[in-house]
Ligand binder design. Structure first.
Ligand code: NAD
Length: 497
């Protein structure tokens, strides 16, 4: 077992001494590597490496930057099994799911390969007599990314491929719970031809984040994690003059209309609620059953939840792996206690699951609550585990009102065969990512991802064109070339007419 250090200026820095955190395999409870918990000194070293790399990388023609991204894309594909295994080892999710999340990250790299086209500005000849105007997008400078535990590859890849394609240099601070995949991605990017210092990885937790937020040379910060920390990062970062996008937590509702195909809806709900053990910001944690849909839906769901196979992420027949840590498992389990105490009906109880041979793992079975009320904590708070709450509502408009009243606004979906109901829902709902008969409507890389309300602080979503906008500054040039005419001082507002 070793110590995972930092990756700064193209080199691994193995630290002797200093703070470390012991990583634990969530499937078995056995010790893995330790990870360094860096601080202001390590962020300073990364900033210096990034600063040294910035002038030449930002001056590299976009088409040459894209060539590096194309090679990086191929290397990720070649090493996909290895990267997925690293995700499963530290996070616990099942291998097929780890592969899927890597694929969604890879698609952002593919999007970023088109950077020469994406960076093109606008030009208008003759905005005034003999005057032309054009706009261009230039890199912001040193960008930092702070990422959560639940997507060790995908969320960092929402950020650094686009930032780097735009000509920026980047410092990534991955979640201290899952550091290895980000370190490996940085090595592969270097192998693809990325100059040293363009992508740096500093491991750590709050001390590193605070050092990023306070550092005067860091120009932009992308954050993904829980809402409390997102708000803190947004407020502190913008107060020190940085551009910040901070994506937070979620409580995603799926509306089941009485006319929905209940077999398909149940299957979609199972994957959306219990896939990745519910540790997804787009997981569905509330099913809003409209009218007559409730009884048959709960009956079908309860059978499916009981039959779900929970096991290590490396076992091919596991539907759901362990949670990320035993502490998180205990927190989620305590929410089930809360729901029972609040008076919701616990239809399936996932607490106390024991797996023979894996007694040290962070396992929890799927839980299903019925008759959950909007005043309950299990409805209001993000649980981030395999717990689905069914709320019974009389009408679609009641469902819409509940969703719109909730503090979070990440994702939602409606399952129905009625186009008019779906259209009404899409039009009225105050949520950033909305699905119609699609339970997890995560936008593809060439669209942008982001929630509303307390699920996103800042004006930009991630990836797609919003990613390009976030990682560039817009400059508009107005230009006139001498034509021999004399120019007299103008003391009024120039109008170009
Ligand atoms: P977290 O907020 O605990 O940690 C996220 C990052 O912030 C980590 O890198 C961590 O080291 C750092 N951090 C933690 N506490 C901090 C503090 N007090 N001050 C400064 N930095 C701190 O989140 P998590 O538990 O790793 O991830 C789960 C959360 O992320 C859930 O709430 C989930 O909904 C959210 N999430 C949101 C999205 C989205 O797109 N909106 C995507 C994935 C995850």
């Amino acid at each position: 077992m070793g110590v995972i250090g930092h990756f700064i200026g193209g080199r691994h820095l193995k630290l002797e001494g200093g703070n470390t955190l012991q990583l634990i395999d969530p499937a078995t409870g056995h010790a893995l590597d330790k990870v360094s918990l860096g601080g202001a000194q390590d962020i300073q070293a990364a900033v210096e490496a990034a600063q040294a790399a910035l002038p030449s990388w930002s001056a590299t023609p976009p088409v040459r930057r894209a060539a590096v991204l194309f090679r990086f894309r191929d290397l990720i594909e070649k090493h996909a099994d290895e990267l997925a295994a690293l995700i499963t080892r530290e996070h616990g999710k099942v291998l097929a799911d780890a592969r899927g999340s890597l694929q969604r990250g890879l698609e952002v790299v593919e999007f970023a390969c088109g950077i020469p086209h994406l960076l093109k500005g606008e030009f208008l000849e003759n905005v005034g007599t003999g005057v032309d105007s054009y706009s261009l997008r230039q890199p912001v400078g040193i960008c930092a990314g702070i990422t959560p535990f639940n997507f060790p590859a995908m969320v960092p890849m929402w950020m650094f491929p686009i930032a780097i394609a735009c000509g920026n240099v980047f410092i990534l601070k991955p979640s201290e719970k899952v550091p290895s995949c980000a370190m490996r991605l940085a090595e592969l990017f270097m192998q693809a031809g990325l100059p040293q210092g363009v992508l740096n990885v500093v491991n750590g937790s709050k001390d590193c984040v605070d050092a990023i937020l306070a550092h005067p040379q860091i120009d932009a910060v992308s954050f993904v994690g829980s809402t409390g920390v997102a708000e803190y990062v947004y407020r502190s970062g913008t107060a020190s003059g940085k551009r910040v996008q901070a994506l937070g937590g979620a409580k995603n509702h799926l509306v089941v209309m009485p006319d929905a195909d209940l077999e398909n809806t149940t299957e979609a709900l199972m994957g959306a609620a219990y896939g990745s053990a519910g540790e997804r910001c787009m997981a569905v944690s509330v099913a809003l059953a409209v009218g007559d849909a409730a009884d048959p839906l709960v009956e079908r769901l309860s059978k499916r939840v009981r039959a779900m196979k929970v096991g290590p992420g490396t076992a091919l027949d596991s539907d759901m792996g362990p949670l990320v840590t035993r502490e998180h498992r205990d927190k989620v389990s305590s929410y089930v206690d809360v729901g029972v105490a609040e008076g919701a009906s616990l239809v399936v109880d996932g607490r106390g699951l024991k797996l023979q041979g894996y007694e040290g793992g962070a396992y929890l079975g799927g839980s299903l609550f019925d008759h959950v009320m909007p005043e309950m904590r299990i409805y209001k708070e993000e649980i981030f585990g395999p717990v689905l709450c069914v709320v019974r509502v009389p009408s679609l408009d009641t469902a819409i009102e509940l969703i719109n009243r909730h503090e979070y606004g990440n994702g939602t979906a409606i399952f129905t065969q009625d186009g008019d109901a779906a259209r009404h829902f899409v039009n009225r709902i105050k949520i950033g990512m909305t699905g119609v008969n699609v339970a997890i409507p995560v936008p593809m890389a060439f669209f942008s991802f982001g929630g509303w309300k307390r699920s996103l602080f800042g004006d930009h979503n991630v990836h797609g064109m919003d990613g390009v906008r976030f990682y560039t500054r817009l400059k508009t040039v107005t230009s006139r070339w001498p034509d021999g005419r004399r120019i007299n001082a103008e003391f009024t507002m120039p109008t170009m007419r």
